[in-house]
Structures are given as C-alpha cells and as structure tokens.
Design a protein around this ligand. Sequence first.
Ligand code: SF4
Length: 310
Amino acid sequence: MTLLNIVDLNISLPTTSGIVTASNGISLEIGQGETHCLIGESGCGKTIVALAIMRLLPVNAKISGKIFLNGVNLFSLSNKEMRQIRREQIAMIFEQPQSCLNPVFSVGSQIAEAVKIRDKCSAKASKEKALELMRNVQIPDSHKRYHHYPHEYSGGMAQRAMIAMAMALRPALLIADEPTTSLDVTIQAQIMELIKDLVVQFNTSLFLITHDLEAAFSMCGHVSIMYAGFIMEKGTVENIIKSPKHPYTKALLSTISSEYSSPVRGMPPELTKLPAGCVFHPRCSNAMPVCSKIDPQMEKGVRCHLTMKI
Ligand code: SF4
C-alpha cells in the first residue's frame, strides 16, 4: 500500500542570484514499510523535496504538484492539520542534529515531550520511556545525560537523541536527510544501524536523502537518482546496480564499481541557469544533437533519449 505519493512536484525559489528551480516534475512513491533513497550530488535539490513533504519551504516558494500521505494531499491541509501530521506521522532527521534540538531544554526532556505527545501519558511515565529510548540508542549514562543540554552533546550523541525522538513518535514515515554527513566516520555506521532498527521495529517507511551511494544501497530497497532538480532514473536498488540505464547513474556507479568506467566530468549546473534540453547534456559522454534541444521525458523509470529510442 502506498504511503507517500509525490506527483509532478515543481518548486522554484526566488533568490538574489535568480530563480532557483529545485524540483522539476518530480514523482515518486514509497510504500508502507518501504525504504527509498534519493541520491544526488550536493545542491541538486534533494533537501528541497524533503522540506516540501514537511511543508517547511519558505513562503515565497512557488510550488505545483501534489504530495499525498496515506491518500491525503498535504498541500490541502491547514497549518494546524499539518502540524499534527508532523507530530504524529512524519519525523525528520537532519544533517546538523544539534540545530534541531531546542537549546533551552535538556535533551532528555525533549525526548520525554515526544513520548508525551504520542502516548498521551503522565510526566513520570514519559520520563521513564525517554530514558529507555536513550538506552536503546546507546546514549551512555542516560540518567545523567537526560539533564544535559544540546550544546553538551557531541554530533553523534545528538543524532542518537534525534533518533530516540523519532522512535518515541513511531512515525509512519521517517525522512533522514544526510543523517551521517557531519559525523565521524566511526559513528556513521552505528547511526545507520540505529535508523535501520527503527525502521524495522515500527514498520516505518524510510526516505533517505544522501550523496553516499554505498550507504543508500545498504539501507534501501528503492532508489531515485536526482540531478539538477530532475529524477533521472528510479527503480529497485537491485535493478539499478545490476542494470543501470541512465548515463548519469552509470557515472555515479563508476565511483564505487570498476564495472563502470565513465566518471562524470565537469560540474553540475547552477539551479538558476539550467541548460536547455536534457540538463545532463553538457556532462554526458553519450550526448546526441537532440539532447541539447529536447528535454527527454521519464519513460519506464529512465529520463534519457537513448532509452526512449529503444
Ligand atoms: Fe545523455 Fe542525451 Fe541521455 Fe541526456 S538525454 S543523459 S544528454 S544521452
């Protein structure tokens, strides 16, 4: 059963350097309990898609398309209804966990608050549950740490606290936006394991946003490859690894597998100045004359003139 359905999402944001076109006709589905990864280079618009799901985009953003959660179009909800969805059905973990914790409350009390919201229980019971969650995510010395403030937590500990909060909410959907990028390499695998546990324990759907192919492939069953605001290819991780179709996907895979020897050359375009035709054509080693003129459509999970001809 489909949990999240993004349909033809277009987002542009006016900035001082021009209009940023961050999402171009993005469509993707995530089933209940499914794990889906959005992969792309930094600055390709991945986070904008996550913020659109949370309805946390700046007010001057121009948005069209629909995002359904359990069949409800999130764009049709009032702010109050959306706040309730954010409290009860969607949790998000960000790259900088400390900035997501409220600096004036102890970390433990913030986890307890999440428990209280979800379970509507007493202060005593929510504190007990918060302590249990802190132990589950391996925050050592949880009784002492409960009273510490976010600035007293390391990045890895703060991310564990964010995961504990997500566990407290038992969300239908967890959005994890580059959850380990700012962390020590030794901590990264532990945090990914905790996210995996959460997903399995509560049958939560995962929408993982990352530039790290190996992490994505080890965590997720489905993948969408994003470039300059467009989804270039999507499918199961198994099919994408076994038989990638899009030249950009192959170029990305060449960074982790010697089977593909076409590393991507040049730099991605600025989102304020997207090239005409296929946005990837200035960097594509398979580009044909048509590629700089006509934007290919997504067909059978691939957006490329090469596959459209087959
Ligand atoms: Fe390359 Fe053309 Fe396919 Fe774009 S449409 S990825 S430029 S072959």
